[in-house]
Design a protein around this ligand. Structure first.
Ligand SMILES: *Cc1c(COP(=O)(O)O)cnc(C)c1O
Length: 385
């Protein structure tokens, strides 16, 4: 089914097609200059001293926890309202994710509840900039510094997100971005770890390629290399990186289009009864710079049982929507089977999972599309009332 207004759609142009063809015509498909060029370009956009390209955001987060030596008996604070990958990256090491509920206004981790969740086993703190709305990273740093915690920022939806003017990913010990097709930019699959810590960046580079001490291109004599650590194959290929180089160039224009679409859609939704925009106090002129991933609306109580109907009717009218995320992570079957999480503890995350509807504002759409989205939603809600 192809929608007139899809929720997300990668924007791939002639530039991407040309560079991919160039890479495919050459001899180097991995371990080449494109990955380095993409790392440099992305680091430049974020303002990061170090950037390491990896095969996905999940891979990057797993690398970070693995590099800390986390294992059974360790705990990591993880927001309940996030993509399951944020928790899986912890669980893959054998460590235990300890979930913390969301703030109702933004969907971000409730900073007031973190300290109650800490134990002597807590090693790290993961935060997610939910739908690109920045977490108050000054407060995160205070908690982390007080308790000696390593901070991982899941920046999968945070290209362009800033707190106090500093890009997401640079407040924590490391940040990890995703280039999956419906994120701000895409490489088909891909991710990027950014950090201010040069030693950590070196360690991630080593572990993303088997723990082998010399990259392929640095081996003067074939077969002369040493394996100095246990590691993965979490590299990004030259084909993916070449797409990334072109996408980073387009990122400022993509963000501009998103912010414009968001503004138009927000204005057009004002008089629709039964909905409220989930964005907190994050207007212009504050410390919070949004990445405008989507516009998330919370349905009023009487509309919540009708959400599936609303989604279907929107889709029938050609408008794609999404739900971020369908469950608080501890409510997913897999995590339920791991331990008996006390679900009422994640009531705010559950309210967002069960009661919100995400509307598209991506750069594949324009102001006319925003008017159609608002008009369609208005008619559907009117039909229900
Ligand atoms: C998409 C997403 C991920 C997963 O990214 P991959 O690159 O597909 O591994 C992780 N966290 C959040 C918040 C996401 O939205």
């Amino acid at each position: 089914m192809s929608l007139k207004i899809p929720f997300g759609s990668p924007i791939i142009g002639e530039e991407e097609r040309r560079v991919v063809a160039e890479v495919l015509s050459g001899p180097i498909l991995v371990h080449g200059p494109k990955a380095v060029e993409f790392e440099t370009a992305f680091a430049g956009f974020v303002g990061a001293p170090h950037a390491v390209a990896v095969s996905s955001c999940t891979a990057g987060m797993h690398l970070l926890y693995f590099s800390l030596g986390l294992g059974a008996g360790d705990e990591v604070i993880v927001p309940a309202m996030t993509h399951v990958a944020t928790a899986h990256a912890v669980a893959l090491t054998g460590a235990r994710p300890v979930f913390v509920d969301a703030e109702p206004e933004t969907g971000n981790i409730d900073l007031d509840r973190i300290e109650a969740a800490l134990t002597e086993r807590t090693r790290a703190l993961a935060v997610v900039h939910y739908l690109g709305m920045p977490v108050n990273m000054e407060r995160v740093r205070q908690v982390a510094d007080r308790h000696g915690l390593f901070v991982v920022e899941d920046c999968a939806l945070a290209c362009g997100t800033r707190f106090d003017g500093v890009h997401a990913g640079l407040w924590g010990d490391a940040g990890v971005f995703s280039f999956y097709p419906v994120k701000h930019i895409t490489t088909a699959e891909g991710g990027m770890v950014v950090t201010r810590d040069g030693l950590l960046a070196d360690r991630i580079r080593l572990l993303r390629a088997f723990g082998v001490d010399r990259a392929h291109g640095e081996r003067k004599i074939p077969g002369v290399y040493e394996t100095v650590a246990l590691g993965f194959n979490y590299r990004m290929s030259e084909i993916h990186a070449a797409i990334g180089v072109e996408q980073v160039r387009k990122l400022p224009a993509f963000l501009q289009a998103r912010s414009e679409n968001y503004r138009v859609l927000r204005d057009s939704l004002q008089e629709i009864p039964g909905i409220r925009i989930l964005e907190g106090q994050h207007g212009a002129g504050t410390r919070y710079t949004h990445s405008w991933y989507c516009l998330n609306v919370m349905l009023d109580e009487e509309l919540i049982p009708q959400r599936a109907r609303i989604i279907e009717a929107m889709s029938a009218a050609g408008v794609g929507t999404s739900v971020y995320y369908p469950h608080p992570v501890p409510r997913f079957q897999y995590y339920q089977q791991q331990e008996s999480y006390n679900l009422p503890r994640y009531a705010q995350a559950a309210a967002i999972a069960d009661g919100t509807l995400a509307l598209p504002v991506g750069p594949h759409l324009n102001g006319d599309d925003m008017a159609i989205i608002a008009q369609t939603l208005r008619m559907i809600i009117k039909g229900i009332h």
